[in-house]
Design a protein around this ligand. Structure first.
Ligand SMILES: [Fe+2]
Ligand SMILES: [Fe+2]
Length: 149
């Protein structure tokens, strides 16, 4: 079986997170898909900021990495409010905003940054990171760079 590229694994995770948010907006009475999407997005941001962006930055992609970090900070603030269990109307409004943020953010990552990953994240590091996507967890208390006080 062909090994999935890191870029493909990350794009799949984008789609899974989008699907969780969509499931909640379609049926706001059921919170579990949203809680799962929020957890998955925090972990996705952790992986990008700790392991992928430093390598991309070092390879010369400073400007797009800085834009992605800023957008992570904006989304992280939205995730914090969602974790505070707002009422359904407020959660729906936040989710619509998050979906738009993700649409623009993910498109840029997939077009500009992810195609460089094979070059800047060599094996076996890529394999370790794909393994993290299967079963890894965000370290307790980790906060994305631009949301740190
Ligand atoms: Fe990102
Ligand atoms: Fe991403």
């Amino acid at each position: 079986m062909e090994i999935e590229s890191l870029a493909a694994a990350l794009e799949r995770e984008h789609q899974e997170i989008d699907a969780g948010i969509e499931a909640f907006t379609a049926e706001p009475g059921v919170r579990e898909p949203l809680a799962r999407a929020v957890r998955a997005l925090r972990r996705h941001i952790y992986l990008e900021e700790e392991f992928l962006f430093p390598a991309l930055h070092a390879a010369g992609l400073m400007a797009p990495v800085l834009v992605m970090l800023r957008e992570h900070g904006e989304m992280w603030a939205t995730l914090d409010v969602l974790d505070g269990e707002p009422d359904a109307d407020a959660a729906l409004t936040l989710c619509r905003r998050l979906a738009v943020q993700l649409l623009h953010h993910n498109l840029k990552e997939e077009k500009i940054l992810y195609p460089e990953l094979d070059r800047v994240v060599p094996e076996p590091q890529g394999e370790r990171l794909r393994g993290f996507l299967d079963s890894g967890e965000t370290p307790a208390g980790w906060v994305c760079l631009r949301a740190r006080k």
